[in-house]
Design a protein around this ligand. Structure first.
Ligand code: SDX
Length: 434
């Protein structure tokens, strides 16, 4: 399943204890120390807040080179995939390990197209939410609810059931997202059109109306397709790790993906794209005083951070940000959109990247720094940006869930802790407590 080479690490503790640990080296040279026996043999565990230095698994899906600023899906670099491929092809690649042949792609797209409708009973669920409900709350609730319609596909050990589940999620997520948007603006739901490609159908459901014909702009559809490709996978990020952790208990795919959606919602993760645009708006309304906000971001007493900047892995430019920076200018120009926020973003980037604080900490723009402006230019409202991230990341989440299930090394995720609380003490009766 994985191509790794084994080695050995010998450590001598202060008290002279000899600790021998196995090591694993991956195909791109990253080395992992296997601490699987550390507690049994030496009564010790490792401590690593946020798992910044800890691998929870082996994986063959995407490779992120944080120092070089490179990202590859199953060995293909994202620059080529974003330029030459389509989102359904990339979804197939992530899930199956190979790019589809023309017949495989036709079969896959036809299978997805056959399931874009929601069960009519699911539609009533949207009425239960308040008009102003955040679409991410609806998306994760609807995804978990989908599991109640497909109990026959819950078994993670049955390959056909897993494939049926992945097809339904790929097919129905855009429909759920569009229905959530239509509800928030009081417009009628637009049912999917199977004569349209994946992204054009989503645009139709989002922006079409039953009172007049609506043909999605091919420029917008192509731009969105490339954006979804760039969001499709990214190693063991927070939301993907959540999907793997939930799935490790053999919870069904729908429940596991719903867990990932809730992790993505956070402003430090997938919620950053809308937080970036909100931040740029604030700077714009505050007289474009970029230096003031860079100063705030550096102030340890100020909780403000430059949203869209910094990354756990990239200590160089996020290659997706590089692609999106060029993309933003082209798409806005093609659509005749003149967005002052783009100029502010470029200025903010220029000021931050020349500032010692950001240079020292290797803080560069990440995918979210430009994606929000493009989503806005494509006509999406701010609160839908993280939903778009979720639609893009779905194939990655599902590929990792599949890989976790198929990996013979997988065990239920159950981290240890370093207990730092009260030691044993006697109970005090209520009347004796003062
Ligand atoms: C995504 O993991 C993935 O792959 C995620 C993602 C994906 O595709 O799944 O790439 C998508 O989530 C991108 C990140 C989007 N989030 C943001 O843009 C929010 C702003 N960025 C940060 O909050 C932060 O940079 C994180 C969350 C992205 C990374 O956090 P880390 O790795 O825990 O880094 P850290 O908080 O330990 O920061 C290291 C230092 C700290 O300063 P010191 O304590 O060392 O003095 O850098 C500072 C931080 O204060 N810092 C920032 C900053 N980000 C880090 N200071 C100001 N502004 C920022 N944006």
């Amino acid at each position: 399943m994985f191509t790794t080479s084994e080695g050995e690490l010998n450590i001598t503790a202060e008290d002279g204890t000899k600790i021998k640990l196995a090591t694993l080296t991956g195909t791109e040279g990253d080395v992992g120390i296997d601490v699987g026996k550390l507690r049994a043999e030496h009564h010790m565990v490792t401590l690593d807040y946020g798992f910044a230095n800890t691998a929870g698994c082996q994986s063959a899906i995407s490779f992120v080179d944080g120092d070089a600023g490179e990202l590859r899906y199953r060995g293909y670099n994202i620059e080529d995939l974003a330029e030459h491929s389509t989102f359904p092809q990339v979804a197939y690649l992530l899930l199956n390990g190979e790019l589809p042949t023309p017949s495989e792609l036709e079969e896959y797209e036809s299978a997805v197209r056959s399931h874009t409708l929601l069960n009519e009973e699911m539609k009533r669920m949207f009425d239960a939410f308040p008009r102003k409900a955040h679409p991410m709350g609806i998306l994760s609730a609807a995804t978990a609810a989908m599991s109640t319609f497909y109990e026959q596909y819950h078994n993670p050990r049955d390959a056909d059931s897993v494939r049926e589940s992945t097809i339904r999620l790929m097919a129905k997520l855009p429909t759920v997202a569009a229905f959530a948007y239509k509800k928030s603006i009081g417009q009628p739901y637009m049912y999917p059109r199977n004569d349209l490609d994946y992204t054009s159908n989503f645009l139709y459901m989002m922006f079409g109306l039953p009172v007049a014909p609506y043909e999605p702009d091919p420029v917008v559809s192509r731009a969105l397709d490339a954006l979804l490709i760039l969001h499709a996978d990214h190693g063991q990020n927070c939301s993907t790790s959540a999907v793997r952790l939930v799935g490790s208990s053999e919870a069904n795919l729908f429940a596991s993906v719903a867990g990932g959606m809730n992790a993505l919602w956070g402003p430090l993760h997938g919620g950053a794209n809308s937080a970036v645009v909100a931040m740029l708006n604030d700077i714009h309304e505050d007289g474009n005083d970029v230096a003031k906000y860079v100063k705030m971001a550096k102030d340890k007493d100020d909780p403000f951070r430059l949203m869209g900047f910094g990354h756990r892995v990239y200590k160089n430019f996020d290659p997706r940000a590089k692609i999106l920076k060029g993309f933003a200018g082209n798409v806005l120009e093609r659509l005749g959109v003149d967005d002052p926020l783009l100029d502010i973003a470029s200025k903010l980037e220029e000021v931050a990247l020349s500032d010692e604080y950001f240079i020292e900490r290797k803080l560069y723009p990440n995918i979210d720094f430009y994606s929000g402006m493009i989503f806005r230019a494509l006509g999406f409202p701010l609160r839908m940006f993280t939903v778009l991230f979720a639609i893009g990341r779905l194939p990655g989440w599902m590929a990792h869930w599949q890989e976790m299930i198929e990996d013979p090394n997988t065990r239920i995720s159950r981290p240890r802790q370093i207990y730092a609380g009260e030691t044993s003490r006697d109970y005090v009766e209520l009347e004796k407590r003062v």
